[in-house]
Design a protein around this ligand. Structure first.
Ligand SMILES: [Cu+2]
Length: 193
């Protein structure tokens, strides 16, 4: 290897070894059922999105799953498994109406794809069936988790650092708080309607 290249390569190896990480866990209380917890955008640190396309199905007149969490930049495949036509639209993402979109209406067995570049929560609706509701939570980082039914969550392998972490629950006010991650760390949230 040429000498000029050697130093930066060694530096990168040393920096990689030095980064330690741990699981961030805790409990979301004040609400019942599943919540979503994610690490907010980390300045100067973009993340390549996963290649895999998660599926949001429309089945038995419901969005399935009811809540889907994806990393920002991920393409979601919207499938229709029902014998009736469905429509999918979201009026906003993260409260930003400019990020609202209507995917249109399509029959059984077909799917439409959409890439979610805007972080925040997209409330999914169907204008054919007003009772249908679902959510896509777009996390700015790959560090996110859904809680269990009791509110417990674990986000795996978060690099040590100082972050803003947000907890979201359907129908409640989302809450963001500063969290310092150093090895295994804990952060609890209390949400209210
Ligand atoms: Cu529908």
């Amino acid at each position: 290897m040429n000498r000029k290249l050697m130093l930066p390569v060694l530096f990168v190896i040393a920096a990689t070894v030095a980064v330690s990480a741990g699981d961030l866990g805790g409990k979301v209380s004040g609400v019942s059922g599943k919540s979503v917890v994610y690490v907010d955008a980390i300045s100067g640190k973009p993340f390549p999105p996963a290649d895999k396309h998660p599926v949001m199905d429309q089945k038995s007149l419901q969005f399935q799953p009811h809540i889907l969490v994806v990393q920002q930049g991920t393409t979601v495949d919207f499938l229709n498994s029902d014998n009736v036509q469905h429509n999918v639209f979201w009026p906003s993402i993260g409260g930003d109406k400019k990020a609202g979109h209507n995917l249109g209406t399509w029959p059984k067995g077909e799917k439409k794809s959409f890439k979610f570049d805007h972080p925040g929560v997209a409330p999914l609706l169907c204008n054919v069936h007003p009772e249908m509701a679902g959510y896509i939570v777009v996390s700015p980082t790959p560090y996110f988790a859904e809680t269990d039914e009791s509110g417990n969550y674990t986000i795996k392998d978060v690099p040590d650092g100082q972050y803003t972490v947000t907890a979201w629950h359907e129908g409640a006010k989302p809450k963001s708080q500063p969290v310092k991650v150093a090895a295994a760390s804990k952060s609890d949230f209390t949400l209210s309607k």
